[in-house]
Design a protein around this ligand. Structure first.
Ligand SMILES: C[S@@+](CC[C@H](N)C(=O)[O-])C[C@H]1O[C@@H](n2cnc3c(N)ncnc32)[C@H](O)[C@@H]1O
Length: 451
């Protein structure tokens, strides 16, 4: 059965189930993603339970069966978005290198122990980037210094990949070449494996952030100096985010830091967390409990073990410095389309030549069923970036909806020829984590149906 035949009432109940069990928020404007992804879920569930491979039957089954870990693993495999890469977000890593780590090293000079948690680590690029930073800034880690990096995710398939530590070029799209040369071994033309020393620095473990299982002595989730939870909470409902932020707060040590991505930061409203604005990045510091230990006295006037960059004084930036594009993206993700449109227009006014700004506006119009405006924005996107795969694909879909089949066919063919130049596992920019190979299959079947 085609996935779009799943009736609304069923998809609505499934979306509630997924929200309760995994925190993932699929509002009505994302039901099409949920419908599409249920094809894979149905296949996997059918394989282990011998039920018919059919999304409708699978959803009915999921709604009436007590879910086990195996079921949640399947849902997580197909419904989460694992998009990530090494050293994602330059300003974050700059702030860590120049401000945050030097200060932390100074504070921990006596204890020589640092605890870091990457929550929602996907396939490991984020925690391994942190391990590289630690290796550069604390050369004595593993000897005098104990630096624990815990990395957790709900998605067991991603964790398996993280533990293997083998990556393709696509994971290095923002990584200086020397990092790859120093910390990775080339296995063949395609794959690079992380060095065993770095692998040893990170401990991976499966954890569903929605469950009330942390802080915990047992899983070592406690007294964290820094918690990274980036590009995860944006997929959750506000009330779920608040509960998770409270548990993060409980898992931090005094003056510990919490970090989200710029688009998620506006969701942080917690009286025990104080924002620390650094250029391009906002950190949240746990306010020190009065009775707690004061920072250790500084035994060394110049304790930064990294001889090169001097720590810069923390320069506050204005709280409202989040770029309008990110505001628009967040609002669009949670279905607040009118506000998203306003911020997206601001973003375009500021930077007219950014294709992604026009594409975001096109997707907002598309959600609002303003097809002609959406087509116009997509044409603009492609004019600015003739290789913007998702723009061709959306344009094809729009033309098909308008009954302009010759044009639709032309756009699907353009999509296909761009995809043929990519590797199947490449994640398509602006696609919410879709692999090129998957879109290629979809486009090929659309072209043959139209023929
Ligand atoms: C877009 S990735 C973010 C990866 C990395 N933090 C980054 O910013 O590059 C989002 C990750 O959140 C994970 N995730 C989603 N829901 C989760 C949950 N309820 N508990 C734990 N992890 C979850 C997904 O499996 C996915 O790997």
């Amino acid at each position: 059965m085609a996935p779009n035949i799943i009736p609304d009432n069923l998809i609505s109940r499934l979306s509630e189930l997924v929200n309760t069990k995994m925190g993932l928020h699929f509002p009505e404007n994302r039901w099409k993603d949920l419908r599409r992804n249920m094809t894979g879920v149905a296949q996997d569930i059918a394989r282990i339970h011998k039920i018919e491979n059919n999304p409708v039957i699978c959803i009915e089954w999921l709604l009436t069966t007590p879910l086990t870990k195996a079921h949640l693993d399947i849902l997580a495999k197909h419904l989460t978005i694992g998009e990530t890469y090494f050293f994602r977000d330059k300003s974050l890593f700059q702030a860590l290198r120049q401000n945050i780590f030097p200060e932390l090293i100074r504070l921990r000079q006596k204890k020589k122990c640092i605890r870091i948690w990457s929550a929602g680590c996907s396939s490991g690029e984020e925690p391994y980037s942190l391990a590289i930073l630690v290796d550069q800034m604390i050369p004595a880690h593993g000897k005098d210094w104990k630096v624990a990096i815990l990395a957790t995710d709900i998605n067991a398939t991603c964790l398996e990949k993280a533990e293997k530590g083998v990556y393709t070029k696509w994971s290095f799209r923002n990584t200086p070449a020397w990092t790859k040369e120093k910390y990775f071994k080339k296995r063949d033309e395609k794959y690079f494996e992380i060095s065993p020393a770095l692998k040893k620095m990170v401990r991976f473990s499966q954890l569903n952030l929605v469950e009330n299982t942390y802080p915990s002595e047992f899983s070592h989730i406690r007294d964290m100096d820094i918690i990274f939870c980036r590009n995860v909470l944006m997929y959750f409902k506000p009330e779920v985010r608040e509960e998770i932020i409270e548990r993060f707060f409980q898992s931090l040590t005094d003056r510990g830091l919490l970090i989200f991505s710029p688009s998620e930061s506006p969701c942080v409203r917690h009286s025990g967390l104080c924002p620390l604005y650094l250029p391009g990045t906002t950190f949240y510091r746990k306010i020190e409990a009065e009775s707690n230990v004061k920072p250790e006295p500084d035994p060394d006037p110049n304790p930064n073990p990294n001889p090169n960059p001097e720590p810069e004084p923390v320069k506050p930036v204005k709280p409202d410095s989040q770029p309008p594009y990110l505001k628009a993206l967040t609002l669009a993700n949670i279905g607040r389309l009118e506000e998203a449109e306003t911020f997206c227009r601001q973003a375009i006014q500021q930077e007219k030549l950014r294709s992604e700004h026009h594409y975001l506006l096109a997707t907002i119009y598309h959600e609002q069923n303003r097809l002609r405006e959406s087509v116009k924005s997509l044409t603009h996107t492609i004019y600015l970036d003739p290789e913007f795969v998702m723009a061709y694909f959306l344009l094809g879909n729009l033309r098909q909806k308008q009954g302009r089949l010759t044009e639709a066919d032309k756009h699907f063919r353009n999509t296909r020829s761009l995809l043929l130049d990519m590797k199947a596992e490449d994640i398509l920019p602006h696609s919410e984590g879709m692999a090129a190979g998957n879109l290629l299959k979809m486009v090929q079947s659309m072209i043959s149906k139209m023929a």
